[in-house]
Design a protein around this ligand. Sequence first.
Ligand code: AHR
Length: 501
Amino acid sequence: AAARLIFDTRLPIGQVNRRVFGSFIEHLGRAVYDGIHEPTHPTADKQGFREDVKELVRELGVSAIRYPGGNFVSGFRWEDSVGNRDRRPTRLDLAWHSTESNQVGLHEFADWLDSTGNEMMLAVNLGTRGTLEALDLLEYTNLEKGTALSSQRADNGRTKPFNVRMWCLGNEMDGPWQLGHRSAEDYGKLASQTAKAMRAFDPSLELVVCGSSSRHMPTFGEWERVVLTHAYEDVDYISCHAYYEENGDLGSFLASAVDMDAFIDSVIATIDHVKAVKGSNHVVNISFDEWNVWYNKRYETVDKIQGVDNWPVAPRLLEDAYTVADAVVVGNLLISLLKRADRVTSASLAQLVNVIAPIMTEPGGIAWRQTTFFPFALTSALASGAVVTTRLECETYDTEVYGPVPLLDAVSTFDEATGRTSIFVVNRSQTGSTKLEFDLDVLDDATLVSAQTLADDDVYAMNTLLDPERVSMRGNESLVLNGSMCTLELPPVSWTVITIE
Ligand code: AHR
């Protein structure tokens, strides 16, 4: 097949916000313990954090990291996680049926973030707790001095406040699995009240209200409308969460971004509807603070822990091994997020280490990059400046779930400061490569064009403990520049980044 891409660096859609390259660490499975933290590992630092993992986190290029959950946060008492480690209580984590030792808490995680160069995005517990506990946590983290809680923080080793800017008002409060799950009415009121109280402390905080936990929840749409009707003026973002998995239908799975596009469009429509009804000038954007490929069916049917006497510590949970096809979908989901850079101004890949993660670790052993690491790292490194208007002319293919969908999907960015244009493109075809053509005439003096592609003859190839470098990026040698016309071959089931400088 052949396809044509047209991009125009003079027509920006929105700025690339670094926050879109956020990620997520939850106290879940081996994300924290035996993930980022393993005191007996040969690379462990003084606090027990693995240096080899930190290096991969830096290479991945993530920005803000959401913490400490997820479902975990709805049963979490933040006070348990600060102060003398020997006196911290061990608790049950009801969300993941595990034992939480609290050996890594707020201070240790903040130190880890300092060493990886990431920003903290904190979630408060609005499931089993309320406004007062959220205010206590805020005072503990953000007030310089002069109160019991700010002094307590200083006594615990941090004189300067953590100064957390971005706060999630609970997690997935529409989900029946959530501890303290409530109706849109009840949650909307609680979120509004908590946001107002937090803003009474600091009006400049950035607050995220919970949207639906997926586009396929029975209350989707109406949940957003009702929650925003209560909290519109009090928040800056509404959250979106989406996970995709292949259910024996690769064609539909490869088109997962079609679902994400529609999800984003409908949440924007709902936000703007509430804005219109309220006659408001305030703008609410999207924080897509959980997205990824997740083989959730496997968790639900095989991995779920049960039993009143069975509360393991750091169990192997949600440790999906990702294929080339999964990585192509992840690359496509990033394209989808960037296409709406004007309204999706924050996002978090869920998650970061071991738990549905681009980085895996073996206790006492290596840390390695999953296939999904590559599209994320390269998009984070090369998408900068503005997202610019991009059009594709290509064939479609039929999917069971979404009907006919375009064979390709793409987005382009242009950075005035560096002069670099980047094009990110996926080929969803399973049957053949696609010859892509585009004209560089809109660029004044572009000379250096290069492309890297993620593809494999085996679309189910993975990087594993025994073969950690099986899949990686390759230079795309098919690229030809003839005058201002560029062509290259996009292999079947592939993700490609083209840079023009
Ligand atoms: O990321 C895994 C889980 O997915 C999170 O804890 C929850 O918020 C979502 O359902």
